[in-house]
Design a protein around this ligand. Structure first.
Ligand code: ZN
Length: 163
């Protein structure tokens, strides 16, 4: 995205909001060179994607399903709705860059997890528990051990384990 003030080609996204009915995304950006801010409305050229589920069933890719899954995972956490939008945008952009038109539901889950891990540990575990379908508490604990325990909000974790 070219800066309208200095024509620099790199900017960072400050805010992202999808306008579902028009299939466009409004983004508030800040130029990395002159630091001035501008708004873009990006129309996405969607390549239809097919999602292959574990059962082998094929369904058209549905952004709102990913959005809903992530929203549930971040419930009562510090992650904002806007951060969720940016995360889902990012996953969708990665999917659109894939060579094939088919993607497995597991691949989508892993793409989300990769991003949630950076954003919020509890949300990551919640999402992982759904997408990877833990077979028992041992799996769950194994997943948790990947975190630095000092960075974990103990109270949130206990809450999670109870739910
Ligand atoms: Zn600029």
């Amino acid at each position: 995205m070219i800066c309208p003030f200095c024509q620099h080609s790199n900017s960072r996204v400050l805010e992202s909001r999808s306008a579902e009915e028009s299939a466009s995304i409004r983004r508030r950006r800040e130029c990395l060179k002159c630091v001035r801010r501008f708004t873009t409305y990006e129309r996405i050229e969607f390549v239809p994607l097919t999602v292959i589920k574990r059962s082998g069933r094929r369904d058209p890719f549905d952004r709102s399903k990913v959005l809903r899954g992530v929203t549930i995972a971040v419930e009562k956490s510090t992650v904002t709705a806007n951060q969720v939008e940016i995360l889902v945008d990012d996953v969708e952009a990665e999917l659109q860059q894939k060579a094939g038109r088919e993607v497995t539901s597991t691949e989508i889950g892993e793409m989300v997890l990769k991003r949630l891990k950076v954003l919020n540990e509890v949300a990551y575990v919640r999402f992982a528990s759904v997408y990877r379908k833990f077979t028992g508490i041992a799996d769950f604990v194994e997943e948790l051990q990947q975190f630095n325990p000092t960075e974990l909000d103990r109270r949130k974790l206990e809450e999670l384990l109870r739910s």
